[in-house]
Design a protein around this ligand. Structure first.
Ligand code: ADP
Ligand code: MG
Length: 253
């Protein structure tokens, strides 16, 4: 068995390559339910460069969501490490991981996970409320609302600011979720099957938007999908098979 690479080996080879933003090494994760244990990740190594749009592809049940949750510190590995900007993040206390996600990571999910009783604008403002706390939020509410409105306009929802999720289409809900993910100007967007609940046209629209955010705003994106056509939108694809990364295909950026 090949030994896990050192972090230095996961780093870019030449100075012309962009620095590594996110890396993991030797990630292990097994789910246990009573006597049944399901080994899901069995030594995952990955490095994501700043500015990259990376797709992680794998069959349903291959552990894509599990991996994305570990990369995003929503869950912790049984073994292995996750590093962000050179700092180890998987072993931070819960409060540190909450702060990291709020400030540096945006996340979007197949089922959008919007707060149903809030409007699109309020959903987008939520990460700012968490970031600043009630008092500081209210002292700058006007500026933050203008910022959230501009982001909703950017994702094509300028005319849906005061709609609640149930009054939005699937594509619009995912746009609102993307806007929410962008509110605190993240360095990294983690996307779990972001078009999984959408029809072809709406899915294409979301992929176009993610591509623009990557190209124009330089947002680093890690997207997991079971669909190779969707993965083809990324600069680079890695494949999760039997709990490990199988290969690395690369397209021109
Ligand atoms: P994917 O996103 O690639 O479809 P997942 O990461 O969701 O795969 O799941 C990988 C495997 O782990 C599946 O066999 C799934 O049933 C199992 N699994 C996922 N989450 C849990 C959990 N919380 N408890 C037990 N098993 C789980
Ligand atoms: Mg999944």
């Amino acid at each position: 068995m090949r030994p896990n690479p050192t972090l230095a080996e996961l780093m870019p080879r030449s100075a012309t390559e962009r620095p590594t933003l996110l890396a993991c090494r030797g990630l292990l994760k097994t789910y246990r339910k009573g006597p049944v244990s399901v080994p899901v990740l069995q030594g995952v190594d990955l490095a994501v460069r700043a500015g990259e749009m990376l797709a992680i592809i794998g069959q349903s049940g291959s552990g894509k969501s599990t991996l994305l949750h570990l990369l995003g510190t929503l869950d912790q590995p049984d073994a292995g490490e996750v590093h962000f900007e050179g700092h180890r993040i998987d072993n931070l206390p819960a409060s540190g991981r909450d702060l990291l996600r709020n400030r540096y990571f945006g996340m979007i999910f197949q089922a959008y996970h919007l707060t149903p009783e809030m409007t699109a604008l309020e959903n987008v403002l939520l990460p700012a409320m968490i970031r600043y706390g009630v008092f500081s939020y209210w002292t700058q509410a006007r500026k933050l609302k203008a910022q959230a409105t501009a982001i909703l306009e950017r994702v094509g929802l300028g005319k849906r600011l005061h709609h609640k999720p149930r009054e939005l289409s699937g594509g619009e809900m995912q746009r609102a979720a993307i806007a929410r993910a962008l509110m605190n100007s993240p360095k990294l967007l983690l996307a779990d099957e972001p078009t999984g609940n959408l029809d072809q046209a709406n899915g294409e629209g979301i992929l176009d938007l993610l591509g623009e955010l990557n190209q124009q705003a330089g947002l680093t994106i890690v997207m997991v999908t079971h669909d190779s056509a969707i993965a083809a939108r990324a600069h680079r694809t890695v494949t999760l098979v039997e709990g490990r990364m199988q290969d690395a295909g690369r397209r021109a950026a």
